[in-house]
Design a protein around this ligand. Structure first.
Ligand SMILES: Nc1ncnc2c1ncn2[C@@H]1O[C@H](COP(=O)(O)OP(=O)(O)OP(=O)(O)O)[C@@H](O)[C@H]1O
Length: 219
């Protein structure tokens, strides 16, 4: 269970951008989050994925309250999340070949063995051909890079996926392919999903339920 309760969060030196927001996702559930631009969906998604420290409120992940965020979060909690952002180019180290990009979380956790096999397996899963794996981000298309970012998000077999407008920059066929990869992964592992987006039709089709931002604030 992912339980965000009364979350207030913002950015240094400014007033909070979200206030008293609550959202719960049951194990294995897929929840779509819709709301107007700038309302704070990404901020909430980042709090949920332990990437942004809230000013107030609580987050409980699978029964364990989160006390630290970002690099201070315990590895077990941090690695429970796989995150894919809208702008793959901003979230990909431009110096890394796609193979190393996908392997990054494995190396960060100190793993040394089985990396090549795991990367090959995931590359096939997301539809990246072998010749693309030695290229760096500027040598591949947005869709190919986003496929690599999705592979990176799955590489540690997370229990939760946070897809923040993952497909906003992509064409219809790449969107369908990436959503299918996420759904196959969820079917195989029982992982839960928070999918932030603007496309109600896509979210309704993809997720078990779609929530409107306005309903997350206490009356
Ligand atoms: N790093 C930052 N520093 C300061 N303010 C920020 C930062 N990131 C976001 N904001 C502000 O916080 C508010 C919420 O932004 P956020 O990206 O969470 O909204 P969003 O609902 O995801 O928007 P969109 O749908 O346009 O992506 C906005 O007013 C934005 O300008």
């Amino acid at each position: 269970m992912l339980e965000l309760s009364d979350i207030t969060a913002g950015y240094a030196g400014n007033a909070p951008v979200i206030r008293d927001i609550s959202l719960s996702i049951t194990p294995g559930e897929a929840v779509g989050l819709l709301g107007p631009s700038g309302c704070g969906k990404s901020t909430l998604a980042r709090v949920a994925a332990l990437l942004h420290h809230p000013d107030a409120g609580t987050l409980v992940v699978d029964g364990t309250p989160v006390r630290r965020w970002r690099h201070r979060a315990p590895r077990e909690q941090r690695t429970a999340f796989g995150v894919v952002f809208q702008q793959a180019r901003l979230s990909a180290d431009p110096r890394l070949a796609l193979t190393d990009l996908i392997a990054e979380p494995l190396r960060a956790t100190g793993l040394r063995e089985g990396i090549a096999d795991r990367v090959a397996e995931l590359a096939a899963t997301v539809g990246l051909t072998t010749d693309l794996l030695s290229r760096r981000p500027h040598e591949v298309s947005d869709g190919q890079l986003q496929r690599a970012c999705l592979a990176r998000a799955l590489v540690l077999r997370p229990r939760w996926l946070v897809c923040d407008e993952m497909t906003a920059m992509l064409d219809a066929s790449t969107t369908a392919a990436l959503v299918r990869v996420v759904e196959e992964y969820r079917a195989a592992t029982g992982a839960g999903l928070l999918a932030v987006g603007h496309d109600r039709v896509l979210l309704d089709r993809w997720c078990d339920r779609t929530v409107e931002w306005a309903t997350l604030t206490r009356p």
